[in-house]
Ligand binder design. Structure first.
Ligand SMILES: NC(=O)c1ccc[n+]([C@@H]2O[C@H](COP(=O)([O-])OP(=O)(O)OC[C@H]3O[C@@H](n4cnc5c(N)ncnc54)[C@H](O)[C@@H]3O)[C@@H](O)[C@H]2O)c1
Length: 461
């Protein structure tokens, strides 16, 4: 990294001692050796991610959409001309260092699962077949009551949920050994579970462990994976809207063991657009009377979300963003009376190619109404795969950085989620560009660089 210097000054030949902040940056351990990625749920998102990493490694395609691979970070003043790539600025694992495993209720290896998911073309898949077909799913922890629309044979058996967690922990240790990975990450890419609210069983590690031993129905399968992961000291990211790590017991465990966690629900298509548009309306003080969002999709995720319990989990996650961005309590005449509706309709002919359609009713000067229509013909897993990659690499950065890992929740990764986790009592930031600034400022902070405030008065001195 170049030595920071004042704008316009010549590089100094005198040896410059690092500042206290720069010394602190050395606290991040370098990304040496292999990084093992463990994925509960080897469906459309997981296989598109792994196939994509392999395709990029082979030089067959570009990692479009990935901040860690293509993004830059500006350092110093606008006139300094210092904008390194993020992957050159902070120590991240390279794609060649990644090794993969996963769990699923179906026995298909990743090649078969990717072929069935139908996201990537056969031609590309055949070029990465070797790697994909070598990844076979381990037996899953599954409870049909939590995902009503599917069932499969590749499922663990155990006396109670604690015993199932022990089996997952053994899987993790075995994978660490067999892959030679010296660090691991778990990222949930499995189906959306039915809606549950935090209960007594989720309030402390002690209560959680007792509930697991008692086979309490409030302990979802995703929580069993998360518990196993945190006990093994392995960071956990939640790509679905399930409660999972978003309960006091998991926060306690994460902080106790200094393990990074983040979630929930990847922010990909419609909500990504919403968290770009809504801040623009608020910035210009344009009012909003209604926002009707509908989706048609035909992949297995769409089928799972056709169940009212799983849909409710997704609905809660999708509805939250607007309220937090628009702050109706501060602007009652603009945002005090919004009709916000989100629908997801399973429509098999579309497969993974979703259509997210939004009708937005806004009003301007003197209350005159206007309409905006957005029709996003997107590809769900194509949007999600780079997010999975970035989360894997950034969570690994967090686990190598004492200042971050001791926090448990990684709020700086809000950028990637529909319902970002925050410290208890703190409202989440949903505005995509505030989230991006938070992420990049965290990286600057870790490296002892000045934070960028966009004040800009110094250019006119
Ligand atoms: N693609 C996106 O844009 C996007 C955005 C946000 C969230 N998500 C979420 O990501 C998740 C994955 O999406 P997808 O399109 O890959 O779905 P998918 O249905 O193709 O894959 C999910 C896989 O999880 C497996 N599974 C279910 N329960 C399991 C368990 N307990 N243990 C192990 N495996 C289990 C299923 O058998 C399936 O193979 C979903 O929860 C979805 O809501 C996706």
């Amino acid at each position: 990294m170049p030595t920071p210097r004042k704008n316009g000054s010549k590089p100094s030949r005198v040896e410059v001692k690092p500042t206290a902040r720069q010394q602190q940056s050395s606290a991040t351990q370098p990304a040496k050796g292999k990084l093992g990625v463990m994925i509960p749920g080897m469906g459309a998102v997981a296989t598109t991610f792994v196939a994509g990493v392999e395709a990029v490694r082979k030089g067959l395609a570009a990692p479009i959409g990935s901040l860690t691979q293509m993004g830059t970070v500006r350092l110093g003043k606008r006139t300094d001309g210092r904008s390194p790539k993020i992957k050159e600025f902070v120590s991240l694992s390279t794609l060649n260092d990644l090794v993969f495993t996963g769990w699923d209720i179906f026995e298909d290896d990743m090649y078969a699962a990717a072929s069935k998911a139908g996201v990537l073309e056969k031609d590309l898949l055949s070029q990465v077949k070797g790697r994909l077909s070598s990844i076979k799913p381990m037996k899953a922890v599954f409870d049909h009551n939590y995902v009503k629309k599917i069932d499969g044979p590749n499922v663990k058996k155990g006396k109670n949920k604690m015993e199932l967690a022990e089996q997952l922990r053994q899987d993790m240790r075995d994978f660490r050994k067999s892959s030679g990975a010296n660090r691991l990450i778990t990222i949930w890419c499995a189906s959306t579970e039915t809606f549950i609210e935090p209960s007594a069983a989720h309030q402390s590690v002690k209560a959680l462990e007792k509930a697991m031993k008692d086979n309490d129905e409030n302990i979802a399968p995703s929580m069993v994976y998360a518990y196993a992961s945190l006990k093994e000291g392995v960071p956990f990211a939640n790509g679905a809207p399930n409660l999972t790590v978003d309960v006091p017991a998991m926060l306690e465990l994460a902080r106790e063991n200094e393990v990074p966690i983040c979630g929930k629900d990847f922010k990909t298509g419609q909500t990504m657009m919403k968290t770009v548009q809504a801040p623009a309306f608020k910035a210009r003080l344009l009012g909003l009377s209604g926002w009707y969002s509908t989706n048609i999709l035909g992949n297995r995720d769409g089928e799972v979300l056709d169940d009212p319990g799983s849909f409710k989990t997704k609905e809660e996650s999708k509805l939250g963003a607007l309220e937090h961005i628009l702050q109706p309590q501060l602007y009652p005449e603009l945002y005090g009376n919004i009709f916000h509706k989100v629908r997801i309709n399973y429509y098999p002919p579309r497969g993974d190619n979703k259509e997210g359609w939004d009708n937005i009713d806004i009003f301007g000067w003197l209350g005159y109404p206007m309409q905006i229509k957005v029709d996003f013909l997107c590809r769900d897993s194509i949007l999600a795969a780079p997010i999975v990659l970035d989360l894997v690499l950034f969570l690994d950065l967090a686990q190598r950085t004492p200042e971050l890992r001791r926090l448990g929740i990684q709020e700086w990764l809000s950028f990637y989620f529909k319902s970002p986790m925050t410290a208890p009592g703190l409202y989440p930031e949903h505005d995509l560009f505030i989230q991006l600034m938070k992420l990049k400022n965290t990286l600057r902070h870790l490296k002892g660089e000045e934070l960028i405030t966009h004040l800009g008065l110094e250019y006119y001195d």
